[in-house]
Design a protein around this ligand. Structure first.
Ligand SMILES: Cc1ncc(C[n+]2csc(CCOP(=O)(O)OP(=O)(O)O)c2C)c(N)n1
Length: 297
């Protein structure tokens, strides 16, 4: 069966929004993920769909001071996707913010494309702040960015980073936490995608990372727990992070976001089997129907 997905031309601006305005954006990101993965015939569906609501608020809710026309501005805020395998949703968010053409999205994972399976800094893709994919490295790099910004440049840039929860089984993640707290990196916003799924099972069964809130607190972080699909809670958490930074709390902010792997696609929801698999054409058509787009064949 041929699959020639329709891509809308929608580019969304970055501005303060009401919670009900994010739904349309998140749907667009989720449709992009399904289409690009079905065309690539490989990639990580579940986690990419699971963080689409968080990225919608982050990239389109006025929280990131970034400009597609000046993507290297030295005073920009930064987002590092430490869970680099979730690249499809980041690529979609950047394209829908106008950082590069939407017609790059169907080139995901193709030879010669700038949109490889994990973000590559050397691809010179506007909006990508770091190569990531080796779990634990992205958060370590983000802590370095936060330190450089606060201690050396003495500027007020916001540094956001998202790790998976399985990713927290990597030892260097806790070295990053220790370092961020020790050096009082209150400009760091560390989002944990807490879907309790990893590559081959439930995180709590493979190697438990719990109790998570208490662990981060014992390292000296401020911790908020939220529903990672509730736009009001996501916005409120980001607002608290900004307050935390402006009040010079001296503590990194950790947002533990409860999410569901595969969110939005009925047959993928909360199934760790969808960690690293793409939908085939038939599955993609069902997924797109779940996401409000009908295909006749
Ligand atoms: C250092 C390192 N070890 C192993 C991998 C392979 N790997 C990629 S994703 C993943 C599971 C990560 O689980 P989680 O952070 O919960 O992500 P999710 O399953 O929610 O997408 C593994 C083991 C890797 N990318 N890097």
């Amino acid at each position: 069966m041929n699959f020639s997905p329709k891509y809308s031309e929608k580019v969304f601006e970055n501005k303060k929004r009401n919670a009900d305005e994010f739904g349309e954006i998140a749907l667009e990101l989720r449709r992009d993920i399904i289409k690009s993965l079905a065309l690539a015939k490989s990639g990580h569906s579940g986690g990419s769909l699971g963080i689409a609501d968080i990225l919608s608020v982050l990239y389109f809710g006025g929280y990131l001071n970034i400009d597609p026309l000046d993507s290297k501005n030295s005073l920009r805020d930064k987002f590092v996707l430490s869970a680099g395998h979730l690249a499809p949703v980041l690529y979609s968010a950047l394209a829908r913010r106008g950082f590069f053409p939407i017609d790059y999205l169907p080139t995901l994972r193709k030879l010669g494309s700038k949109l490889q399976g994990h973000p590559g800094y050397d691809m010179n893709l506007p909006g990508i702040e770091s190569s990531t994919g080796s779990l634990g490295h992205g958060i370590s790099i983000a802590v370095g960015m936060a330190m450089a910004t606060k201690l050396i440049d003495k500027t007020k840039q916001k540094i956001f980073c998202l790790t998976g929860d399985g990713e927290l089984q990597e030892g260097l993640v806790w070295e990053a936490a220790m370092c961020a707290a020790n050096y009082k990196m209150d400009n760091l916003c560390w989002i944990v995608d807490n879907n309790d799924c990893q590559i081959d099972g439930r995180v709590k069964d493979v190697m438990s990372i719990y109790p998570l809130k208490e662990k981060f607190e014992s390292f000296g972080c401020n911790v908020i727990e939220i529903d990672g699909h509730n736009y009001d809670e996501i916005m409120s958490a980001f607002d608290k992070y900004i307050e935390n930074m402006e009040n010079n709390s001296g503590k990194p902010m950790v947002i533990i976001a409860q999410t569901f792997m595969g969110k939005g696609v009925s047959y993928m929801e909360d199934k760790y089997e969808w960690h690293g698999n793409p939908p085939n054409v038939e599955q993609a058509i069902i997924a797109l129907k779940d996401l409000g787009e009908e295909y006749s064949n």
